[in-house]
Design a protein around this ligand. Structure first.
Ligand code: C2O
Ligand code: CU
Ligand code: CU
Length: 499
Protein backbone atom coordinates (compact mmCIF):
# COMPACT_ATOMS: atom_id res chain seq x y z
CA UNK A 1 0.00 0.00 0.00
CA UNK A 2 1.35 3.40 -0.92
CA UNK A 3 0.93 6.00 1.80
CA UNK A 4 -0.71 9.28 0.95
CA UNK A 5 2.48 11.09 1.61
CA UNK A 6 4.43 8.96 -0.83
CA UNK A 7 1.80 9.45 -3.44
CA UNK A 8 2.06 13.15 -2.96
CA UNK A 9 5.85 13.06 -3.32
CA UNK A 10 5.55 11.05 -6.48
CA UNK A 11 3.00 13.36 -8.00
CA UNK A 12 4.96 16.40 -6.99
CA UNK A 13 8.04 14.97 -8.66
CA UNK A 14 5.96 14.30 -11.73
CA UNK A 15 4.63 17.80 -11.67
CA UNK A 16 8.08 19.30 -11.43
CA UNK A 17 9.33 17.14 -14.27
CA UNK A 18 6.33 18.08 -16.32
CA UNK A 19 6.86 21.74 -15.58
CA UNK A 20 10.50 21.53 -16.55
CA UNK A 21 9.46 20.04 -19.86
CA UNK A 22 6.81 22.60 -20.53
CA UNK A 23 8.14 25.88 -19.26
CA UNK A 24 5.67 27.91 -21.26
CA UNK A 25 2.67 26.25 -19.66
CA UNK A 26 3.82 26.43 -16.10
CA UNK A 27 2.02 29.51 -14.92
CA UNK A 28 -0.96 27.77 -13.44
CA UNK A 29 0.94 24.89 -12.00
CA UNK A 30 3.56 27.14 -10.55
CA UNK A 31 0.85 29.20 -9.03
CA UNK A 32 -0.80 26.19 -7.52
CA UNK A 33 2.46 25.10 -5.93
CA UNK A 34 3.45 28.57 -4.95
CA UNK A 35 0.07 29.47 -3.55
CA UNK A 36 -0.07 26.32 -1.51
CA UNK A 37 3.25 27.13 0.11
CA UNK A 38 2.10 30.70 0.58
CA UNK A 39 -1.01 29.52 2.34
CA UNK A 40 0.31 26.37 3.98
CA UNK A 41 1.26 27.95 7.25
CA UNK A 42 -1.69 30.32 7.24
CA UNK A 43 -5.27 29.86 8.29
CA UNK A 44 -8.33 30.76 6.27
CA UNK A 45 -9.80 33.94 7.71
CA UNK A 46 -12.78 33.04 9.87
CA UNK A 47 -15.93 34.90 8.94
CA UNK A 48 -18.39 35.31 11.80
CA UNK A 49 -21.73 33.81 10.72
CA UNK A 50 -24.62 36.16 10.04
CA UNK A 51 -27.31 36.00 12.70
CA UNK A 52 -30.63 34.58 11.64
CA UNK A 53 -33.83 36.34 12.51
CA UNK A 54 -35.45 34.04 15.08
CA UNK A 55 -38.92 35.23 14.28
CA UNK A 56 -39.14 36.11 10.59
CA UNK A 57 -42.89 36.46 11.01
CA UNK A 58 -42.57 40.03 12.24
CA UNK A 59 -40.54 42.88 10.85
CA UNK A 60 -38.16 43.09 13.80
CA UNK A 61 -34.77 41.43 13.89
CA UNK A 62 -35.11 38.98 16.79
CA UNK A 63 -31.90 37.54 18.16
CA UNK A 64 -30.49 35.80 21.20
CA UNK A 65 -26.92 36.28 22.31
CA UNK A 66 -25.37 34.10 24.98
CA UNK A 67 -22.20 35.35 26.59
CA UNK A 68 -20.38 32.12 27.31
CA UNK A 69 -17.13 30.44 28.11
CA UNK A 70 -15.42 28.30 25.53
CA UNK A 71 -12.20 26.96 24.14
CA UNK A 72 -10.59 28.19 20.97
CA UNK A 73 -7.80 26.58 19.04
CA UNK A 74 -5.81 29.49 17.63
CA UNK A 75 -2.77 27.55 16.49
CA UNK A 76 -4.18 24.21 15.39
CA UNK A 77 -1.83 22.38 17.73
CA UNK A 78 -1.37 22.30 21.47
CA UNK A 79 -3.99 23.01 24.06
CA UNK A 80 -6.98 25.04 23.04
CA UNK A 81 -7.16 28.44 24.71
CA UNK A 82 -9.80 29.36 27.27
CA UNK A 83 -11.84 32.16 25.76
CA UNK A 84 -15.20 33.89 25.88
CA UNK A 85 -17.65 34.43 23.08
CA UNK A 86 -21.25 35.08 22.10
CA UNK A 87 -23.02 31.93 20.90
CA UNK A 88 -19.62 30.35 20.39
CA UNK A 89 -16.17 30.18 21.82
CA UNK A 90 -14.69 33.43 20.52
CA UNK A 91 -16.27 36.72 19.34
CA UNK A 92 -19.88 36.52 18.20
CA UNK A 93 -22.03 36.27 15.11
CA UNK A 94 -22.55 39.34 12.93
CA UNK A 95 -25.85 41.17 13.29
CA UNK A 96 -27.17 42.78 10.13
CA UNK A 97 -30.14 45.13 10.40
CA UNK A 98 -31.92 47.51 8.11
CA UNK A 99 -32.43 51.12 8.97
CA UNK A 100 -36.03 51.35 10.16
CA UNK A 101 -36.02 47.84 11.53
CA UNK A 102 -36.41 47.11 15.23
CA UNK A 103 -33.61 45.19 16.85
CA UNK A 104 -34.95 42.92 19.55
CA UNK A 105 -32.22 41.14 21.48
CA UNK A 106 -32.15 38.76 24.40
CA UNK A 107 -28.76 38.62 25.97
CA UNK A 108 -28.10 35.77 28.36
CA UNK A 109 -25.25 35.93 30.82
CA UNK A 110 -23.68 32.47 31.02
CA UNK A 111 -20.44 33.78 32.49
CA UNK A 112 -19.65 33.65 36.15
CA UNK A 113 -19.49 37.39 36.57
CA UNK A 114 -21.59 40.43 35.74
CA UNK A 115 -21.61 41.69 32.21
CA UNK A 116 -23.44 44.13 29.94
CA UNK A 117 -23.91 44.35 26.22
CA UNK A 118 -23.12 47.72 24.71
CA UNK A 119 -24.11 48.69 21.16
CA UNK A 120 -21.09 50.77 20.24
CA UNK A 121 -22.05 53.48 17.77
CA UNK A 122 -25.78 52.98 18.07
CA UNK A 123 -28.03 55.97 18.65
CA UNK A 124 -30.18 54.47 21.35
CA UNK A 125 -31.61 55.46 24.72
CA UNK A 126 -29.36 55.19 27.75
CA UNK A 127 -30.96 52.19 29.40
CA UNK A 128 -30.78 50.24 26.13
CA UNK A 129 -27.22 51.23 25.32
CA UNK A 130 -25.71 48.66 27.67
CA UNK A 131 -23.14 50.87 29.33
CA UNK A 132 -21.64 50.21 32.78
CA UNK A 133 -24.83 51.22 34.59
CA UNK A 134 -26.76 48.33 33.10
CA UNK A 135 -25.03 45.20 34.30
CA UNK A 136 -26.80 41.89 34.64
CA UNK A 137 -25.71 38.97 36.76
CA UNK A 138 -24.79 35.39 35.84
CA UNK A 139 -27.88 33.48 34.83
CA UNK A 140 -29.82 36.63 34.04
CA UNK A 141 -31.23 37.67 30.69
CA UNK A 142 -31.22 41.27 29.50
CA UNK A 143 -33.91 41.93 26.96
CA UNK A 144 -33.82 45.03 24.84
CA UNK A 145 -35.67 46.33 21.83
CA UNK A 146 -35.20 49.53 19.85
CA UNK A 147 -35.71 50.89 16.37
CA UNK A 148 -32.52 51.32 14.35
CA UNK A 149 -32.71 54.74 12.83
CA UNK A 150 -29.33 55.91 11.62
CA UNK A 151 -27.35 55.69 8.38
CA UNK A 152 -25.77 52.48 7.13
CA UNK A 153 -22.62 51.80 9.11
CA UNK A 154 -20.32 49.23 10.59
CA UNK A 155 -20.94 49.26 14.32
CA UNK A 156 -20.01 46.69 16.92
CA UNK A 157 -21.03 45.35 20.28
CA UNK A 158 -19.09 44.38 23.36
CA UNK A 159 -19.51 44.11 27.15
CA UNK A 160 -19.00 47.12 29.41
CA UNK A 161 -19.08 46.19 33.13
CA UNK A 162 -16.99 48.76 34.92
CA UNK A 163 -13.57 47.40 35.83
CA UNK A 164 -14.03 44.27 33.75
CA UNK A 165 -14.55 45.54 30.23
CA UNK A 166 -10.91 45.07 29.27
CA UNK A 167 -10.73 41.48 30.41
CA UNK A 168 -14.06 40.44 28.91
CA UNK A 169 -13.33 41.97 25.51
CA UNK A 170 -9.79 40.61 25.56
CA UNK A 171 -11.08 37.09 26.26
CA UNK A 172 -13.27 37.35 23.16
CA UNK A 173 -16.54 39.10 23.82
CA UNK A 174 -17.26 41.36 20.84
CA UNK A 175 -19.16 41.21 17.57
CA UNK A 176 -19.93 43.12 14.39
CA UNK A 177 -23.18 44.99 13.82
CA UNK A 178 -23.94 46.09 10.28
CA UNK A 179 -26.62 48.65 9.52
CA UNK A 180 -27.81 48.84 5.91
CA UNK A 181 -30.05 51.43 4.29
CA UNK A 182 -31.32 52.39 0.86
CA UNK A 183 -28.36 54.62 0.21
CA UNK A 184 -25.75 51.98 0.92
CA UNK A 185 -27.63 49.40 -1.12
CA UNK A 186 -28.23 51.61 -4.12
CA UNK A 187 -24.54 52.44 -4.42
CA UNK A 188 -23.82 48.96 -5.68
CA UNK A 189 -20.96 48.50 -3.25
CA UNK A 190 -19.61 44.99 -2.72
CA UNK A 191 -22.12 43.47 -0.32
CA UNK A 192 -21.76 39.72 -0.63
CA UNK A 193 -21.01 39.01 3.00
CA UNK A 194 -17.91 36.90 3.49
CA UNK A 195 -17.07 36.97 -0.24
CA UNK A 196 -16.43 40.55 -1.20
CA UNK A 197 -17.79 42.23 1.91
CA UNK A 198 -15.44 41.13 4.65
CA UNK A 199 -15.78 41.98 8.34
CA UNK A 200 -12.44 42.18 10.12
CA UNK A 201 -12.21 42.45 13.89
CA UNK A 202 -8.52 43.23 14.34
CA UNK A 203 -6.97 42.50 17.73
CA UNK A 204 -3.64 41.73 19.33
CA UNK A 205 -3.14 39.02 21.93
CA UNK A 206 -0.46 37.62 24.14
CA UNK A 207 -0.27 33.91 24.83
CA UNK A 208 1.45 32.02 27.60
CA UNK A 209 3.63 29.03 26.82
CA UNK A 210 0.75 26.68 27.51
CA UNK A 211 -1.44 28.55 25.08
CA UNK A 212 -3.62 30.58 27.42
CA UNK A 213 -4.36 34.23 26.93
CA UNK A 214 -2.23 36.41 29.16
CA UNK A 215 -3.84 39.53 30.58
CA UNK A 216 -2.30 42.34 32.63
CA UNK A 217 0.92 40.75 33.77
CA UNK A 218 3.27 43.69 33.25
CA UNK A 219 3.12 47.15 34.72
CA UNK A 220 3.12 48.49 31.17
CA UNK A 221 -0.10 46.62 30.45
CA UNK A 222 -1.84 48.93 32.87
CA UNK A 223 0.07 52.06 31.92
CA UNK A 224 -0.40 51.94 28.17
CA UNK A 225 -3.18 49.41 28.03
CA UNK A 226 -2.95 45.73 27.20
CA UNK A 227 -1.01 45.11 24.03
CA UNK A 228 -0.21 41.72 22.60
CA UNK A 229 2.46 40.46 20.27
CA UNK A 230 0.22 38.26 18.15
CA UNK A 231 -2.31 39.86 15.81
CA UNK A 232 -5.56 38.00 15.18
CA UNK A 233 -8.41 38.85 12.83
CA UNK A 234 -11.86 37.49 13.67
CA UNK A 235 -9.99 35.25 16.06
CA UNK A 236 -7.86 33.82 13.24
CA UNK A 237 -4.14 33.58 13.80
CA UNK A 238 -1.99 34.35 10.72
CA UNK A 239 -4.98 34.60 8.38
CA UNK A 240 -5.29 34.53 4.62
CA UNK A 241 -8.27 35.33 2.45
CA UNK A 242 -8.91 34.24 -1.11
CA UNK A 243 -10.44 36.96 -3.23
CA UNK A 244 -11.67 37.19 -6.78
CA UNK A 245 -10.70 39.71 -9.42
CA UNK A 246 -12.98 42.43 -8.21
CA UNK A 247 -13.39 45.26 -5.80
CA UNK A 248 -13.44 43.98 -2.23
CA UNK A 249 -14.89 45.83 0.73
CA UNK A 250 -13.37 45.35 4.15
CA UNK A 251 -15.18 46.47 7.29
CA UNK A 252 -12.31 47.14 9.65
CA UNK A 253 -12.97 47.19 13.37
CA UNK A 254 -10.20 47.89 15.81
CA UNK A 255 -11.31 45.50 18.51
CA UNK A 256 -8.02 45.57 20.37
CA UNK A 257 -7.80 46.74 23.94
CA UNK A 258 -5.15 49.37 23.43
CA UNK A 259 -3.28 49.16 20.15
CA UNK A 260 -3.52 51.79 17.45
CA UNK A 261 -3.13 50.14 14.04
CA UNK A 262 -1.53 51.88 11.06
CA UNK A 263 -2.82 49.78 8.24
CA UNK A 264 -1.12 49.64 4.85
CA UNK A 265 -0.45 47.09 2.13
CA UNK A 266 3.02 45.69 1.76
CA UNK A 267 3.08 46.65 -1.92
CA UNK A 268 2.08 50.17 -0.94
CA UNK A 269 -1.04 50.06 -3.09
CA UNK A 270 -3.67 52.70 -2.66
CA UNK A 271 -7.14 51.87 -1.40
CA UNK A 272 -10.27 53.88 -0.72
CA UNK A 273 -11.83 54.56 2.62
CA UNK A 274 -15.58 54.80 2.09
CA UNK A 275 -16.90 54.92 5.63
CA UNK A 276 -15.89 56.00 9.11
CA UNK A 277 -17.40 54.93 12.46
CA UNK A 278 -20.95 56.09 11.87
CA UNK A 279 -21.42 55.63 8.14
CA UNK A 280 -20.38 56.44 4.62
CA UNK A 281 -18.13 59.38 3.84
CA UNK A 282 -19.40 61.81 1.26
CA UNK A 283 -16.71 60.69 -1.21
CA UNK A 284 -14.19 57.85 -1.20
CA UNK A 285 -10.91 58.89 0.34
CA UNK A 286 -7.90 57.51 -1.47
CA UNK A 287 -4.98 56.59 0.76
CA UNK A 288 -2.07 54.24 1.37
CA UNK A 289 -2.31 54.13 5.13
CA UNK A 290 -5.16 54.17 7.57
CA UNK A 291 -4.86 54.77 11.29
CA UNK A 292 -7.45 52.99 13.39
CA UNK A 293 -7.57 53.46 17.16
CA UNK A 294 -9.30 51.07 19.56
CA UNK A 295 -13.05 51.30 19.05
CA UNK A 296 -12.80 52.98 15.63
CA UNK A 297 -14.08 51.46 12.40
CA UNK A 298 -13.53 52.12 8.73
CA UNK A 299 -14.79 50.54 5.56
CA UNK A 300 -12.31 50.35 2.72
CA UNK A 301 -12.42 49.21 -0.89
CA UNK A 302 -9.43 47.37 -2.30
CA UNK A 303 -9.22 46.86 -6.04
CA UNK A 304 -8.27 43.34 -7.08
CA UNK A 305 -9.87 43.70 -10.50
CA UNK A 306 -6.56 44.45 -12.18
CA UNK A 307 -4.81 41.68 -10.26
CA UNK A 308 -3.78 38.42 -11.84
CA UNK A 309 -4.38 34.91 -10.69
CA UNK A 310 -1.95 34.32 -7.84
CA UNK A 311 -1.32 37.93 -6.92
CA UNK A 312 -1.07 38.69 -3.24
CA UNK A 313 -1.67 41.74 -1.18
CA UNK A 314 -0.59 41.69 2.41
CA UNK A 315 -2.21 44.08 4.83
CA UNK A 316 0.14 45.11 7.62
CA UNK A 317 0.42 47.38 10.60
CA UNK A 318 4.05 48.12 11.38
CA UNK A 319 5.66 44.81 12.33
CA UNK A 320 2.40 42.89 12.21
CA UNK A 321 1.09 41.00 9.25
CA UNK A 322 -2.67 41.45 9.55
CA UNK A 323 -4.13 39.65 6.52
CA UNK A 324 -2.71 38.04 3.38
CA UNK A 325 -5.04 38.26 0.40
CA UNK A 326 -4.61 35.88 -2.51
CA UNK A 327 -6.33 36.27 -5.88
CA UNK A 328 -7.74 32.82 -6.53
CA UNK A 329 -8.85 32.71 -10.14
CA UNK A 330 -8.44 34.14 -13.56
CA UNK A 331 -12.08 34.46 -14.33
CA UNK A 332 -13.69 37.49 -15.69
CA UNK A 333 -13.34 40.69 -13.76
CA UNK A 334 -16.46 41.13 -11.72
CA UNK A 335 -16.45 44.62 -10.46
CA UNK A 336 -14.02 47.43 -10.56
CA UNK A 337 -16.24 50.34 -9.95
CA UNK A 338 -16.08 52.87 -7.14
CA UNK A 339 -19.00 55.23 -6.77
CA UNK A 340 -17.63 58.72 -6.52
CA UNK A 341 -20.56 60.14 -4.58
CA UNK A 342 -21.34 58.02 -1.57
CA UNK A 343 -23.75 59.97 0.54
CA UNK A 344 -24.80 63.42 1.57
CA UNK A 345 -23.31 64.56 4.83
CA UNK A 346 -24.78 67.73 6.18
CA UNK A 347 -22.26 70.55 6.49
CA UNK A 348 -21.02 71.30 9.98
CA UNK A 349 -23.30 73.95 11.43
CA UNK A 350 -22.19 75.45 14.71
CA UNK A 351 -24.96 78.06 14.76
CA UNK A 352 -27.17 75.85 16.91
CA UNK A 353 -24.53 75.19 19.54
CA UNK A 354 -25.90 76.07 22.95
CA UNK A 355 -23.02 74.96 25.07
CA UNK A 356 -19.30 74.15 25.15
CA UNK A 357 -17.83 71.62 27.49
CA UNK A 358 -14.20 70.77 28.08
CA UNK A 359 -12.85 67.33 28.88
CA UNK A 360 -9.27 67.13 30.05
CA UNK A 361 -7.73 63.71 29.67
CA UNK A 362 -4.71 63.18 31.82
CA UNK A 363 -2.49 60.67 33.49
CA UNK A 364 -1.34 57.18 32.78
CA UNK A 365 -2.20 53.78 34.15
CA UNK A 366 -3.95 53.90 37.51
CA UNK A 367 -3.73 57.70 37.53
CA UNK A 368 -5.91 58.27 34.49
CA UNK A 369 -8.68 60.80 34.84
CA UNK A 370 -11.06 63.08 33.00
CA UNK A 371 -11.35 66.60 34.36
CA UNK A 372 -9.36 65.44 37.37
CA UNK A 373 -11.89 62.82 38.36
CA UNK A 374 -12.09 59.07 38.06
CA UNK A 375 -15.25 57.28 37.14
CA UNK A 376 -17.89 56.76 39.79
CA UNK A 377 -20.95 54.70 38.91
CA UNK A 378 -23.07 56.76 41.28
CA UNK A 379 -21.99 60.21 40.12
CA UNK A 380 -23.41 62.12 37.20
CA UNK A 381 -20.74 64.28 35.63
CA UNK A 382 -22.71 66.16 32.99
CA UNK A 383 -26.34 67.02 32.43
CA UNK A 384 -27.43 67.60 28.85
CA UNK A 385 -30.75 68.78 27.47
CA UNK A 386 -32.45 66.52 24.96
CA UNK A 387 -31.85 67.62 21.34
CA UNK A 388 -29.26 70.19 22.31
CA UNK A 389 -26.25 70.65 20.09
CA UNK A 390 -22.99 71.13 21.91
CA UNK A 391 -19.29 71.39 21.24
CA UNK A 392 -17.19 69.05 23.30
CA UNK A 393 -13.58 70.05 23.47
CA UNK A 394 -11.31 67.17 24.38
CA UNK A 395 -7.82 68.02 25.55
CA UNK A 396 -5.13 65.44 26.04
CA UNK A 397 -2.84 66.86 28.70
CA UNK A 398 -1.14 63.62 29.47
CA UNK A 399 0.13 64.62 32.89
CA UNK A 400 -1.98 67.03 34.81
CA UNK A 401 -0.32 70.41 34.86
CA UNK A 402 2.64 68.86 33.07
CA UNK A 403 4.71 71.77 31.71
CA UNK A 404 7.85 71.58 29.58
CA UNK A 405 8.07 67.97 28.50
CA UNK A 406 4.91 68.78 26.69
CA UNK A 407 6.23 70.68 23.77
CA UNK A 408 9.10 68.34 23.45
CA UNK A 409 6.81 65.37 23.29
CA UNK A 410 4.65 67.12 20.84
CA UNK A 411 7.60 67.95 18.62
CA UNK A 412 8.76 64.41 18.86
CA UNK A 413 5.31 63.14 18.32
CA UNK A 414 4.98 64.92 15.03
CA UNK A 415 8.49 64.57 13.72
CA UNK A 416 8.53 64.22 9.97
CA UNK A 417 4.81 63.68 9.95
CA UNK A 418 5.33 60.41 11.80
CA UNK A 419 4.23 60.07 15.32
CA UNK A 420 6.71 58.44 17.60
CA UNK A 421 5.74 55.32 19.52
CA UNK A 422 6.22 56.89 22.91
CA UNK A 423 3.98 59.83 22.23
CA UNK A 424 1.59 57.51 20.41
CA UNK A 425 1.31 55.27 23.41
CA UNK A 426 -0.44 57.96 25.37
CA UNK A 427 -2.86 59.04 22.72
CA UNK A 428 -6.41 58.44 23.99
CA UNK A 429 -9.32 57.40 21.76
CA UNK A 430 -12.26 59.36 23.18
CA UNK A 431 -15.65 57.74 22.74
CA UNK A 432 -19.16 59.01 23.47
CA UNK A 433 -22.10 56.65 23.89
CA UNK A 434 -25.47 57.00 22.23
CA UNK A 435 -24.43 59.49 19.56
CA UNK A 436 -22.61 60.02 16.31
CA UNK A 437 -20.64 63.25 16.23
CA UNK A 438 -18.60 65.33 13.83
CA UNK A 439 -14.97 66.18 14.36
CA UNK A 440 -14.71 69.89 13.66
CA UNK A 441 -11.17 70.75 14.73
CA UNK A 442 -7.85 69.19 15.57
CA UNK A 443 -5.64 71.73 17.26
CA UNK A 444 -7.44 74.56 15.57
CA UNK A 445 -7.31 73.10 12.06
CA UNK A 446 -9.90 71.24 10.07
CA UNK A 447 -9.68 67.48 10.60
CA UNK A 448 -8.34 65.22 7.85
CA UNK A 449 -10.86 64.43 5.12
CA UNK A 450 -11.52 60.90 6.35
CA UNK A 451 -12.58 62.29 9.73
CA UNK A 452 -15.21 64.57 8.28
CA UNK A 453 -17.98 62.01 8.34
CA UNK A 454 -19.85 60.49 11.29
CA UNK A 455 -17.69 59.44 14.20
CA UNK A 456 -18.22 58.08 17.70
CA UNK A 457 -14.58 57.62 18.68
CA UNK A 458 -11.76 60.04 18.00
CA UNK A 459 -8.07 59.63 18.71
CA UNK A 460 -6.66 62.54 20.69
CA UNK A 461 -2.87 62.71 20.46
CA UNK A 462 -0.67 63.94 23.31
CA UNK A 463 -1.13 67.65 23.92
CA UNK A 464 -3.76 67.89 21.27
CA UNK A 465 -7.18 69.51 21.50
CA UNK A 466 -10.00 68.02 19.45
CA UNK A 467 -13.40 69.63 19.11
CA UNK A 468 -16.47 67.65 18.22
CA UNK A 469 -19.97 68.80 17.40
CA UNK A 470 -22.62 66.59 18.86
CA UNK A 471 -26.39 66.60 19.10
CA UNK A 472 -27.97 64.53 21.87
CA UNK A 473 -31.10 62.93 20.47
CA UNK A 474 -31.60 60.10 22.91
CA UNK A 475 -32.59 60.25 26.54
CA UNK A 476 -30.95 58.47 29.39
CA UNK A 477 -27.76 57.87 31.25
CA UNK A 478 -24.65 57.32 29.17
CA UNK A 479 -20.87 57.40 29.46
CA UNK A 480 -17.96 58.90 27.59
CA UNK A 481 -14.52 57.39 28.02
CA UNK A 482 -11.14 56.52 26.68
CA UNK A 483 -11.43 53.40 24.54
CA UNK A 484 -8.11 52.03 25.74
CA UNK A 485 -10.02 49.53 27.78
CA UNK A 486 -7.56 49.44 30.67
CA UNK A 487 -7.84 53.22 30.96
CA UNK A 488 -11.61 52.91 30.84
CA UNK A 489 -11.53 50.22 33.55
CA UNK A 490 -9.24 52.34 35.72
CA UNK A 491 -11.61 55.26 35.62
CA UNK A 492 -10.94 57.32 32.50
CA UNK A 493 -14.66 57.62 32.02
CA UNK A 494 -17.48 59.94 33.00
CA UNK A 495 -21.25 59.75 32.90
CA UNK A 496 -23.81 62.10 31.42
CA UNK A 497 -27.56 62.24 31.53
CA UNK A 498 -29.69 63.50 28.65
CA UNK A 499 -33.20 64.63 29.51
CU1 C2O B 1 -16.94 50.54 22.62
CU2 C2O B 1 -18.07 52.49 25.87
O1 C2O B 1 -17.52 51.45 24.23
CU1 CU C 1 -19.66 52.73 22.84
CU1 CU D 1 -6.54 56.39 27.41
Amino acid sequence: MISQKKLFVVSLAALITWMALLPSLDVTAAFARDASSFISEKNALKIPPLMKDEDPGNSAMDITLRAMKGKTSFFGTGNPTQTLGYNGSYLGPTIKVERGQTLHAKVINELDEDTTLHWHGMEVEGHKDGGPHYTFAPGETWEVSFPVDQPAATLWFHPHPHGRTGKQVYMGLAGVLIVEDDISRNLDLPDNYGKNDIPMVIQDKRFSRNGELVYLTHMMDRMHGMMGDVPVVNGTYNPYLEVEREMVRFRLINGSNARVFDLFFEDDRTFWQIASDGGLLSNPFQTRVLTLAPGERAEILVDFSTSQYGDRAVLRSREFEILACLVNNNEEIKRSFIPWELTQIEPVDTSRVVRNRTFILSGMGPMVSINGRQFDLDRIDEMVKLNDTEIWEIRNEMFQGGPMGGNMMRGMGRMGGRRMPMARAMAHPFHIHGVQFRVIERDGSAPPINERGWKDTVLVYPYETVKVLVQFQKKGKFVYHCHILEHDDMGMMGSFVVE
